[in-house]
Design a protein around this ligand. Structure first.
Ligand SMILES: [Zn+2]
Length: 231
């Protein structure tokens, strides 16, 4: 049974290498890159929009404050005919304070304006890149599909061979193999040498060694590949 599974793996190796070749192709990489980027666009857009909302409301608050200060300043300017020196000094001081506050606010508004411009720039950048990535996605999807189609015949032939071999392998073991095949690791099944997994070199526990006597093929406790003892 193990022999058959090893034979299966040998044939499967060429299927795996076609899959690898496709996955490593420029077309696939560019397609995957575009898909990955496009998945983040909604989130990035939402972040920019929420930042814009908060900048806008800060701006409105600052502008209202500035308006109020300017009105206060004007009121002070209208007070005339005061002879008391202390009152005059107080009013002068107050007016200076107001001017200072106005200047500070204007600086803050300027800073906020810059932030808004920057945010707008990053929004435009995001939109431009999205457009590019959509085109990259479409173009490479098509190219990759063509590439896969070119390999389809070869893959079909291998799959037929695999099906034939699979008939002699108990389903339980074949399923274990197929489950592992979904991972990127290959080969999947390894012989135990002495008490060690020949994939990762870990010594198997007593429990694993006794399980293997009945189950024939088990998972290595360390690398999770399938291991067996040669009969
Ligand atoms: Zn291992």
């Amino acid at each position: 049974m193990v022999e058959k599974l090893l034979e299966y793996q040998e044939v499967d190796r060429s299927l795996k290498s076609i899959e690898e070749e496709l996955r490593k192709s420029d077309e696939f990489k560019k397609y995957a890159q575009a898909v990955k980027f496009l998945k983040t666009v909604t989130e990035s857009k939402a972040q920019i929009e929420s930042k814009a909302t908060s900048l806008l409301s800060s701006m409105q608050a600052l502008e209202a404050k500035l308006k109020q200060l300017n009105e206060d300043k004007n009121e002070f300017g209208e007070i005339k005919d005061i002879e008391n020196e202390d009152t005059l000094a107080f009013l002068k001081k107050k007016s200076q304070e107001l001017s200072k506050q106005c200047a500070l606010l204007e600086t803050e508004i300027e800073k906020l304006t810059k932030e808004m411009t920057e945010l707008l720039r990053s929004y435009k950048e995001l939109m431009d890149k999205t457009k590019l990535m959509l085109a990259q996605q479409d173009e490479n999807k098509e190219k990759y599909e063509k590439l896969s189609k070119d390999k389809a015949k070869e893959k079909d032939a291998i799959n037929k061979k695999l099906e034939k071999i699979a008939k002699d392998i108990p389903e339980e073991y074949l399923n274990k193999y197929k489950e592992k095949r979904k991972d990127s690791k290959f080969p999947i099944i390894y012989e135990i040498q002495g008490k060690h997994c020949s994939a990762c070199g870990t010594e198997l526990s007593q429990l694993a060694l006794s399980r293997i006597k009945t189950e024939k093929i088990i998972e290595c406790e360390n690398c999770r590949r399938l291991v067996f003892i040669k009969e």
